[in-house]
Design a protein around this ligand. Structure first.
Ligand code: CA2
Length: 157
């Protein structure tokens, strides 16, 4: 077929850290009522609207998160990550994100700056182009929108 050109949709990894599988089951006053499945649905719908592909994952393991970040090399165009408690503790995650050389957006459902002092610092933020926090689950959709804009900008250059 003359002129037919099927472009693959860019892949964005959406990675989630420890205890986020508990969303919606406990502490709704902090994290709301959405479950992790609901978060995935928000991301799937945003990705369809934006015409990008996503790889949505959650793990409780720091090492597994590091491995998933490394696997993004040459495969994904960007990483959206809610590192959960590892944000505040993990130099290993920071090193992995710096090494993978992809745009990173950090997302937190709650506003970590309105919470306990130990949540105010994130090691991961040093590797992130931007951080979205406190906007609930819609922060993931906003991150996907921003990441897609950046990928399109890069492809235009
Ligand atoms: O606000 C966020 O998205 C956090 O990344 C969530 C983490 C927390 O350690 C960060 O400081 C901020 C906690 C995720 C665990 O979520 C739970 C949900 C329900 C019940 C228990 C934990």
């Amino acid at each position: 077929m003359l002129g037919a050109c099927i472009m693959e949709r860019p892949l964005i990894a959406v990675l989630n850290g420890p205890n986020l599988n508990m969303l919606g089951l406990r502490q709704p006053e902090v994290y709301g009522h959405a479950t992790l499945d609901d978060v995935e649905q928000v991301c799937v719908q945003a990705a369809e609207r934006l015409d990008v592909a996503i790889d949505f994952r959650q793990t409780n393991g720091e090492g597994e998160l590091v491995s998933w970040i490394q696997e993004c090399r040459g495969r994904a165009r960007g990483i959206i990550i809610n590192p959960a408690a590892y944000s505040h503790t993990s130099v290993a995650l920071l090193d992995a994100l710096l090494a993978v050389d992809l745009p990173v957006i950090e997302v937190h459902i709650s506003n970590i700056h309105r919470r306990e002092a130990f949540r105010h610092h994130s090691y991961v933020s040093r590797a992130a182009i931007g951080v979205i926090c406190g906007l609930g689950v819609r922060g993931y959709a906003l991150a996907l929108q921003a990441m897609t804009d950046m990928i399109l900008d890069e492809d235009d250059q």
